[in-house]
Write a protein that binds this ligand. Structure first.
Ligand code: KG4
Ligand code: ZN
Length: 335
């Protein structure tokens, strides 16, 4: 089955064709217009999606040498509502015009299951860390549509912390890739920034129901960086970047290890923009778990993950009615 996937929930316009055999095309247009504002401007994102969604989709179909797919999938939320609606309405119109079924996909489920496009793919059950600009959640994935939340951020998402720290340092947007690059020439032990939830970090065994134990917080870290920058003359950008990144990754790896011990699941997959981080990707392979790390372009927003989840949901009997609508908030696993 050849499946078209369209993604417009934030600042990437993306379209892809996926089959059971793999990805036939994967077109991603990253919007640059937000750079000067230091963050995504929703109205500008929606307008840019309108300009690009048709050409991205055409390019994805052409590259896959396909005129009409058998299924159309699209991000239906969560995300910036105006941006989501551009892709959602376009995909719905395509499916209606072509007379093929249509599936609205949860964007986070796309990230959560994007490692299924890897070869080899993880078998269920596996742990999946979704770390993006809007979310930081560690899931136990037991099957398609069957997930437990083991940990999540109680304030900023990891990507949001990267973006905010980059802004404080006078760097550009998005901050994640810039800090990632800068940190390569810095000393991660130069400055000791706080690791979240220090009090609970000594405990290694947790109950699944005891979720608070594994929750993370990045706002204290962000404040510590701000204080450091304000109080320190001649701070070294590379060292600040490396030390900040070291703290973020320590916290994430700590939660993954503890989640693995308490669930006895020793397979970990990662997804979301921060999963493109070189240090996280490298250090994840050193904690004794079986790792499933998608290529960088499958970590940030893409259409292939949407087509892939939509295909699996379709096979599992799920359908989105043509009068269904998009949602700005939508928990993973919720119908
Ligand atoms: O998944 P994504 O493309 O969009 C959302 O759904 O949020 O993630 C974007 C986030 C941004 O906060 C960006 O700074 C971060 O992912 N990011 C990174 C890296 N590449 C992107 N963070 C750290 N290191 C990177 N290499
Ligand atoms: Zn995303």
């Amino acid at each position: 089955m050849r499946v078209l996937g369209i993604e417009t929930s934030c600042d990437e316009t993306a379209a892809s064709v996926v089959t059971e055999a793999g990805v036939l095309s994967d077109i991603i247009w990253s919007q640059q217009i937000h750079e000067e504002f230091g963050g995504v401007v929703p109205e500008l994102a929606s307008r840019a999606h309108i300009e690009k969604v048709v050409s991205c989709t055409r390019a994805a179909l052409e590259e896959a040498k396909l005129e009409v797919p058998e299924l159309v999938c699209v991000t239906a939320g969560p995300g910036l509502m105006g941006a989501v609606l551009v892709g959602f309405c376009y995909a719905k119109a395509l499916a209606l015009g072509w007379g093929v079924p249509f599936i609205g996909v949860n964007h986070l489920e796309g990230h959560l299951l994007s490692p299924l496009l890897n070869t080899p793919a993880p078998e269920f059950p596996f742990l999946s860390l979704v770390v993006s600009g809007g979310h930081t959640t560690l899931y136990l994935a037991k099957g398609i549509g069957d997930y437990n939340v083991l940990a999540q951020t109680i304030d900023d998402a990891a990507g949001e912390a990267y973006d905010k720290v980059a802004r404080m340092m006078g760097l550009g947007y998005p901050g994640g890739p810039i800090i990632d690059q800068l940190a390569k020439n810095g000393n991660p032990k130069a400055i000791h920034f706080p690791r979240a939830n220090k009090l609970s970090m000594g405990r290694t065994k947790i109950q699944l129901s005891d979720r608070k134990e594994l929750d993370v917080s990045f706002s204290g870290l962000k404040t510590a960086v701000r204080n450091y920058l304000e109080k320190t003359e001649g701070w070294v950008p590379e060292d600040v970047a490396a030390s900040f990144q070291d703290a973020v990754i320590d916290v994430l790896l700590n939660r993954i290890k503890r989640a693995a011990e308490s669930t006895n699941v020793y397979r970990i997959a990662i997804g979301g923009g921060v999963a493109a981080n070189s240090e996280l990707r490298q250090r994840l392979t050193t904690i004794g778990l079986e790792c499933f790390i998608p290529p960088r372009t499958r970590c940030t927003d893409n259409g292939a993950m949407i087509a892939s989840v939509g295909r699996l949901r379709y096979i599992n009997g799920f359908r989105t009615p043509f009068n269904g609508t998009a949602r700005s908030r939508w928990k993973v696993g919720e119908e």
